[in-house]
Design a protein around this ligand. Structure first.
Ligand code: NAP
Ligand code: GDD
Length: 351
């Protein structure tokens, strides 16, 4: 029997890798996408097959986590065996600018999905994209027993989602799990997260298109892993005999400064010649250090990561240099437009 999955956030970094992974396992994959005035499917375009074709196994549906009725009717119609709730306003800095929207999408959106599961009466397994941001001010090492102390509207919204997922597991017997994922990156990472911002800047500086990149707090420590490996951990959680919550991390932390240094050195550049400080990129409250202990995932799911922070920096620099070489002029224009927007529209391009 072909398994069927629904992915919210299918157009995002993780959603695109998850769609690829599940198609590779023979699943029929359904993805929720937001209607936008421009195309927003660039991360999954390579997977798309005309739905009229008998070979089509990826199907996209318009919907939004703010629209509970739509989520319920969609779940009732698709009847997925597995639901991966990956959609969110996922940027921590932006959550200070848009706290209500973040609460609505990243927090209340989860209860809308869980209610859709409950009200549609379908039998399904539910994955919730929880985050190491839950730990916030609690120092490393962090594992499933570490107390939460979120430090942003995003972290607080994810905290609600964590507990409501656990509550629906206990109250209604739904196979619902939280993956507490530490930062994970890839060449598909959103351009305003720190790793991708750095590796795109390295490519542009190397190509002589810009001289400087403006950064915030370089002392923050993160446990950076590789996104394609992390979506496999999500899938493994839904294949387990019993639902549980799992930390997914590499166990190694490096500072933003070390990531910068590694990325610039890989391209033959000295980071100190090109990095400048801009307080705009600081956060009102910072999460100083996240390093995860993923022993439970290793022991119960047999999940082991292989790519860690510095290797990831090199891999992403290579990908951005190659993307720049192949994209040519239109990409160059976009970079120039972005930096123009950043300098003219103060605060609009928070990164
Ligand atoms: P991402 O690239 O920012 O993707 C977010 C996805 O959510 C996009 O597809 C976006 O659609 C969609 N979305 C946003 N608001 C929505 C709404 N109101 N209704 C429906 N869809 C909406 O995020 P990611 O890095 O793939 O992360 C996936 C999930 O894991 C997120 O929940 C994130 O908070 C969580 N997480 C990520 C990390 C990490 O390091 N990457 C770590 C822990 C947890 P558009 O394309 O239309 O914007
Ligand atoms: N984005 C950004 N831009 N971050 C900067 C900058 C900058 O110019 N300069 C320094 N940083 C620091 C931030 O202050 C933070 O400490 C660190 O770099 C990482 O920032 P992000 O890459 O924006 O990620 P994040 O850790 O805040 O959040 C990501 O990981 C969470 C899991 O821990 C996101 O993917 C969240 O969705 C996810 O839950």
């Amino acid at each position: 029997m072909t398994k069927r999955a629904l992915i919210t956030g299918v157009t995002g970094q993780d959603g695109s890798y998850m769609a690829e992974f599940l198609l590779g396992k023979g699943y029929e994959v359904h993805g929720l996408i937001r209607r936008a005035s421009t195309f927003n499917t660039s991360r999954i375009d390579h997977l798309y097959v005309d739905p009229h074709s008998p070979d089509a196994r990826l199907f996209l549906h318009y919907g939004d986590l703010s629209d509970g009725a739509r989520l319920t009717t969609l779940l009732a119609a698709i009847k997925p065996d597995e639901v991966y709730n990956l959609a969110a306003q996922s940027h921590v800095r932006v959550s200070f600018e848009e706290p209500e929207h973040t609460a609505d999408t990243t927090g209340t959106g989860t209860i809308r999905m869980l209610e859709a599961v409950r009200l549609s009466g379908i039998q399904t397994r539910f994955y919730q994209a929880s985050s190491s941001e839950l730990y916030g001010a609690t120092p490393p090492l962090q594992n499933e027993d570490t107390p939460f102390y979120p430090r942003s509207p995003y972290g607080a919204a994810k905290l609600y989602s964590f507990w409501i997922t656990k509550n629906y597991r206990e109250a209604y017997g739904i196979f619902a799990v939280n993956g507490i994922l530490f930062n994970h990156e890839s060449p598909r990472r959103g351009e305003t997260f720190v790793t991708r911002k750095i590796t795109r800047a390295v490519a542009a500086i190397k190509a002589g298109m810009q001289d400087y990149v403006y950064m915030g707090n370089l002392d923050a420590v993160r446990d950076w892993g590789y996104a394609p490996e992390y979506v496999e951990a999500m899938w493994r959680m839904l294949q387990a005999d019993e639902p549980d919550d799992y930390v997914v991390a590499t166990g190694e932390g490096i500072t933003v400064r070390e990531f910068l240094q590694t990325a610039f050195e890989h391209a033959g550049l000295n980071w100190e010649d090109h990095v400048r400080f801009d307080e705009r990129y600081l956060r009102p409250t910072e999460v100083d250090a996240l390093i995860g202990d993923a022993s439970r995932a290793r022991n119960k799911l047999d999940w082991v990561p292989t790519i860690r922070g510095k290797e990831l920096a090199r891999l992403m620099v290579d990908a951005d240099i190659e993307a720049l070489e192949h994209a040519g002029r239109p990409w160059i224009d976009k970079v120039q437009l972005d930096s123009w927007a950043t300098s003219v529209v103060h605060g609009a391009a928070e990164q």
